[in-house]
Design a protein around this ligand. Sequence first.
Ligand SMILES: Cc1cc2nc3c(=O)[nH]c(=O)nc-3n(C[C@H](O)[C@H](O)[C@H](O)COP(=O)(O)O)c2cc1C
Length: 254
Amino acid sequence: MIGIYLSGTGNTKHCLEKLLSIIDKDAKMIPIEDPNSVEEIISNDEVILAYPTQFSNVPFMVRDFINKNSNIWKGKKVFCMTTMGAFSGDGTGCAARVLRKHGAIITGGVMIKMPDSVCDSKMLKKSLDENRRIIREADEKIERIGNNMHNLGKYPQEGLSFISHVAGLMGQRLWFYNKTTDYSTKLKISDSCVGCGKCATSCPMENLIISDGKAISNNRCAMCYRCISSCPVKAITLLGNEVVEQVRYEKFVG
Ligand SMILES: Cc1cc2nc3c(=O)[nH]c(=O)nc-3n(C[C@H](O)[C@H](O)[C@H](O)COP(=O)(O)O)c2cc1C
């Protein structure tokens, strides 16, 4: 088994790590942007694909990866895991449908509520205690489903039904559809950028470069919020215009 994931602020990485620690301690996990990710999928029969919900959809970067490597999925058993800040009718189903088209066998899906990674919106801000509680509950859910998967071979089917499909579509995806059909060109870098390069080295798309001491976006942003949540001077925004509070999984634990 192999775990493949996209994670901007660490939520999805944590959830996948926890699930694998229960169902297959020997399984490797690898970020989707790793040059070996395709080879790893090819050499494993079972894959857990984990990603954050974006606008009730699968992030374009993940869909692009699935489609560009369309020939590797035939006969693979794939379990889809998504994390979300609040709601995702069929966050798992969005990738599952594309994977099925390429011949994958979908074994199940799970959607886990985690802290919201959009840290440039006041509306989505939660207190430290609230985020800690959300993570505690997420961990409990993963333990529950992980034990069922491992001990009983019972895989959850969250987000994969027709009803979930309609809920995802009507709840959000339709209204924001145009935001998830390509990489984003909307990343903003303010004059406070000090050109430290942290964003450039962490971007899963290699979308950012440093030129003349400032970060520049090449308009291929995966909207993962990794750069926004780790910029030391809070110079980067995407959906909002000001970083309210940087959100990263490790800030809420320990
Ligand atoms: C661009 C963007 C869109 C998002 N859309 C949704 C959404 O539609 N529903 C939801 O519940 N959470 C949404 N979220 C929140 C993330 O899915 C959630 O915080 C996730 O756990 C982040 O995982 P990560 O830390 O692994 O990147 C969105 C986050 C971003 C950055």
